[in-house]
Design a protein around this ligand. Structure first.
Ligand code: AMP
Ligand code: MG
Length: 419
């Protein structure tokens, strides 16, 4: 379904070279074109969607000059030193403007959001005013034009309100509503089909026999995909059998823009994903110089993108975060999302050998002095999913790093609220 430009395998299928994380990300990026199908949606239904075209403001927001305070609208020519008296001749509420004339020495009572009368340019806060019948005496220094919000101050008519590719978040719904727009054109949602592979896997609710484990990858993938706002198709667990894998991959590719699997991409005797993908489509099988998450299959079946993620539960999450999320964002037409890195003092020593890029699970926390610090979650095996569930960031250790002593500055990538 998605548009995809095929490319020959990047490495020898038998003895692939390791790619760096950055190389793999770049190759994925170079192969994806954003979907070009869009639809009109009622404003509320557009939440989480990606804008197909830029939105320019049809009106000034706010549409009229208005008061930023409850108080009195005056003309600045009437400001006389630190104490002066004016006569109140009317009142303006938000939505009920004062339409009469205001002469020199006169003022009106005005509420926050009420339209400024044409004869006034300044608002005096009511806290600075002493009222005596219809006379008010203003105390304290007042500046001309103070406490006025001007027409078009937020957005001017014709001005760019939101760029093409902007993901619609709650603030955008409000912004679009402030422009009076009831509909918006967004990209069609992308559809992701996924399944787990492995003879040892059982679904929750089943009783485990010897050698079996519960399938957890489908749950982490479900969670991450749901948070990304894509349509999902959960295809369950598929055993390590060629025919079953072939049928599942074909069915998934027919129904989705992207297919994700976990497991079966290693070099074990029951790891058939790579072979099936080569049979049904194009495969780029990569060994990536990273830990966790070394093997990753990436390719296409017809025009559907395919990611064969590793089986280990932490590897699934790390490869999803580093490779699949940017790919899904790009495919859905979303503007490139920056990933923020921070330099933070790490209080834990970290053992590491040079050569591979490591994504250690970390916990960012404030120490007693209120300084942000990071520590590891402890044991970092790729099967220890607990490390992901208590982490709030990755500690990024590049290929050259050969271990970190306690109280050294490290690079931290805080989790976006996706995992
Ligand atoms: P594989 O890449 O298929 O050899 O799997 C690597 C490791 O991850 C093995 O220990 C598997 O049992 C485990 N694993 C694979 N798939 C899952 C899954 N869906 N849930 C939990 N563990 C899994
Ligand atoms: Mg397996």
């Amino acid at each position: 379904m998605a548009e995809f430009i095929p490319q020959a395998s990047c490495a020898d299928a038998h003895e692939p070279q390791s790619l760096t994380v950055a190389q793999a990300q770049q190759q994925i990026h170079d192969l994806i074109s954003p979907i070009d199908v869009w639809e009109k949606r009622a404003l509320r239904d557009a939440l989480g969607g990606v804008l197909h075209e830029a939105v320019t403001s049809p009106i000034n927001v706010p549409p009229h000059d208005n008061s930023a305070m409850d108080g009195y609208a005056i003309h600045s020519a009437d400001i006389k030193g630190d104490s002066f008296t004016l006569r109140q001749v009317g009142i303006a509420f938000a939505g009920q403007p004062y339409m009469g004339d205001i002469e020199a020495g006169e003022c009106i009572r005005i509420m926050t959001g009420a339209m400024m009368p044409t004869d006034c340019d300044t608002v005096v806060m009511q806290e600075h005013v002493e009222v005596n019948g219809n006379l008010i005496t203003v105390h304290g220094t007042q500046q001309a034009q103070q406490h006025v919000r001007y027409a078009g101050e937020d957005l001017k008519a014709g001005e760019l309100a939101l760029q093409q590719g902007h993901k619609i978040r709650p603030a955008c719904l409000g912004l679009l509503a402030s422009l009076g727009l009831s509909e918006v054109t967004i990209k069609r949602k992308i559809r992701v089909a996924f399944f787990s592979t492995g003879d040892e896997l059982r679904s929750i609710g089943d009783t485990l026999q010897q050698g079996q484990i519960y399938d957890s990858n489908r749950y982490t993938l479900y969670g991450m995909l749901t948070r990304m706002g894509v349509d999902i198709l959960d295809m369950g667990v598929v055993p390590d059998q060629k025919q079953a894998l072939r049928s599942a991959l074909q069915l998934a590719a027919e129904q989705a823009d992207v297919v994700l699997t976990s497991g079966g991409v290693s070099v074990g005797d029951a790891d058939y994903i790579k072979e099936m993908l080569a049979e049904l489509g194009t495969v780029n099988f990569w060994k990536i110089a990273m830990k966790p998450g070394r093997p990753l299959a990436f390719g296409q079946i017809n025009d559907t993108l395919f990611f064969g993620l590793p089986g280990n539960p932490v590897s699934v999450m790390v490869t999803f975060y580093q490779f699949v999320i940017p790919a899904l964002q790009q495919l859905s037409g979303q503007q490139q999302q920056p990933r923020y890195h921070m330099q933070i003092n790490c209080i834990s020593p970290i053992r590491k050998r040079a050569g591979r890029f490591e994504f250690q699970r970390g916990i960012l926390f404030e120490n007693e002095q209120g300084q942000l610090q990071v520590k590891t979650t402890g044991e970092q095996g790729s099967g220890i999913l607990h490390s992901m569930s208590i982490a709030n960031c990755f500690i990024l250790l590049d290929e050259a790093c050969s271990g970190v002593e306690a109280n050294t500055t490290v690079t931290v990538q805080p989790f976006a609220d996706l995992i």
